[in-house]
Design a binder for this molecule. Structure first.
Ligand SMILES: [Zn+2]
Length: 232
């Protein structure tokens, strides 16, 4: 009951403006990592792709700085852009699962969640030739049964400790970069998006424009950018 209540609070908060102070205690209650203490560097993570334009542009910006990142893919988007999903892996980045459909877990039955995750793994695995073991739910909101199932599968749930709020219509590249790199330290996990499938139109363009600033800030702090899967 308590878990469902906490998750409900997080879900309600997500859609308002108060997510930042609410998500950390919920993550702590569920024992869901927001940082990766074993990481020597920072993990940039990109959710919601692949995207026909956003993913290649993101890959190019990362390539320019030889940065490695982790992409949490959505199964229904991988089905549309299988080649792009494979290109992410070919470029040396890590893959995580973000579900098959991008809907809130709390609105789905445990059986429906299991089916969704199985389908996501099938699609993402076959398109990328990888066996992803990192998982992040849509909107960062878990349900109790979903978390149990994810752990049973042996996947590692991962949220984030920094975000650019790059999904917002009013976001600017400078604002995204400033939020994403505020007090950045080793083990931080940064949430960004290479796709606008579930956010404001063209949000990926602002994210891509913010990337050189993000990479610059990490370099200035002498923090290498590494895959989330490199953490033990
Ligand atoms: Zn998402």
């Amino acid at each position: 009951m308590r878990r469902d209540l906490l998750a409900g609070v997080a879900a309600a908060a997500w859609f308002g403006l108060a997510a930042a102070p609410v998500v950390p205690p919920v993550a702590a209650a569920f024992r869901i990592p927001r940082t990766l203490p074993g990481l020597s560097g920072v993990a940039l993570t990109f959710d919601d792709g692949p995207h026909r334009q956003g993913t290649p542009a993101t890959l190019e910006a990362l390539r320019a700085q030889r940065a490695v990142a982790t992409f949490f893919l959505v199964g229904e988007q991988v089905e549309r852009h299988r080649t792009l999903a494979a290109e992410i892996v070919a470029a040396g980045h890590a893959i995580g699962v973000h579900g098959y459909r991008h809907t809130l877990l709390l609105r789905r039955s445990p059986g429906a969640v299991r089916d969704d995750l199985r389908r996501a793994l099938d699609v993402i695995g076959s398109a990328t030739g990888t066996e992803p073991s990192l998982y992040r739910p849509p909107y960062g909101v878990f349900s109790g049964p979903a978390l149990l199932h994810v752990r049973r599968l042996g996947w590692r749930p991962l949220l984030w400790s920094r975000w650019g709020r790059d999904w917002e219509a009013g976001a600017t590249p400078e604002g995204i970069a400033a939020r994403a790199t505020r007090e950045l330290g080793s083990g931080d996990v940064v949430l960004l998006h290479d796709a606008d499938h579930y956010s404001s139109a063209d949000s990926w363009r602002r994210t891509v424009a913010a990337l050189p600033l993000v990479l610059e800030a990490a370099a200035a702090a002498e923090l290498p950018l590494v895959a989330a899967s490199q953490s033990t």
